[in-house]
Design a binder for this molecule. Structure first.
Ligand code: GH3
Ligand code: MG
Ligand code: MG
Ligand code: MG
Length: 312
């Protein structure tokens, strides 16, 4: 039994799952007061392609969850100041972290204590020494399920795009990393033209199909690093990292022209629909709401100019 060969194959298999789903690596927060224990867990998980972050002081965990946004937390049982289950309770008190997986990794072998820990907000108990394969696959399974649930919550049912709040969250993240790394970011807001009359004339079902068609059209024309969101009913938002305003305007104008030519059919009926778009590039000191407001003003201009237009 060649242990290393098997491990290599497992990692390859797990990486294959990522590649198929085109996903960002899972993010695991390691909470352990022992540097060497935390380092070992990080090494094993990193080797399998997961991102990790360690917190040595348990009381800092909430802060780090907010900034790191983990898909799972791997936690020690006994730490100075508080125990794992106590910390799990604190985490679970935040409604937004109610579903985040918490896995204990400890030498505690008393089954009663293990059950107790799991009943107090934990999801799994892994007893040290744990085989690397078991650690990796248990953590990854938890991450995968959590992401799956989370996706359903943040995605819009009709289009599969992220919703309004998560569009703004993506914009905030893009602005922060653009400030940190001196890069550009642009934001585009799209609004379908005279959509009320489309609904009134052809029915709400046809309207829904057009919203779906535009979502698909946009998804096929932007990079995977661009975030496309359903900003409102017939409004969409696109976050474009590393893109200046002029380039974003040019791109959106091509998309506008392309979409205007699409025929939406139902039986013998074929209708064409246009959208208007406002684009703005982040300036120093912009936050998501100030940038979104400038894009909204540009959108208003595009509407005022007669619609079916892109304004910067
Ligand atoms: P404008 O060119 O100024 O944007 O005109 P408009 O008619 O598109 O603007 P308005 O905001 O007055 O109307 C938007 C319409 O979009 C009203 C609403 O009924 C429709 N709408 C919003 N969400 C949905 C949806 O999910 N499905 C359908 N079918 N229609 C929707
Ligand atoms: Mg400890
Ligand atoms: Mg509108
Ligand atoms: Mg509209």
């Amino acid at each position: 039994f060649d242990h290393n060969l098997d491990f290599g194959r497992l990692v390859e298999h797990l990486m294959g799952i990522y590649a198929m789903r085109n996903e960002q690596p899972y993010r695991v927060l390691v909470v352990d007061d022992s540097k060497s224990q935390a380092f070992y867990a990080e090494k094993v998980l990193n080797h399998a392609g997961l991102f990790t972050r360690t917190v040595l002081e348990p009381l800092k965990v909430l802060e780090v969850i907010d900034s790191f946004q983990p898909d799972a937390i791997l936690m020690d049982m006994y730490m100075p100041g508080c125990t794992g289950p106590e910390l799990a309770r604190v985490i679970r008190q935040q409604p937004r972290y109610d579903a985040i997986p918490i896995l204990y990794l400890s030498a505690e072998s008393d089954v009663e204590k293990q059950l107790d820990a799991v009943s107090q907000g934990g999801d799994d108990f892994l007893t040290k020494p744990v085989p690397k394969e078991v650690l990796i696959s248990t953590v990854m399974n938890r991450c995968r399920r959590y992401r799956g649930l989370h996706e359903q919550v943040i995605r819009d049912g009709l289009t599969g795009l992220v919703d309004h709040n998560h569009s703004l969250e993506a914009l905030n993240r893009a602005i922060e990393s653009s400030e940190a790394e001196g890069r550009l970011v642009s934001f585009a807001m799209l609004d379908i033209d005279r959509f009320k009359s489309v609904n009134d004339t052809y029915g709400h079902g046809m309207g829904d199909r057009i919203i779906h068609a535009l979502a698909l059209f946009l998804s096929q024309r932007f990079r995977v690093t661009d975030t496309i969101g359903r900003y409102g009913g017939e409004e969409f938002a696109i976050v474009l990292p590393d893109t200046d305003e002029a380039t974003a305007c040019r791109l959106l104008d091509e998309v506008r022209e392309g979409f205007a030519q699409v025929e939406h059919r139902r039986g013998d009926l074929a209708i064409q629909v246009t959208f208007s778009c406002g684009v703005a590039q982040a300036k120093p000191d912009d936050d998501a709401s100030s940038l979104a407001q400038r894009a909204d003003e540009a959108l208003y201009l595009a509407k005022k100019q007669g619609r079916n237009a892109v304004c910067g």
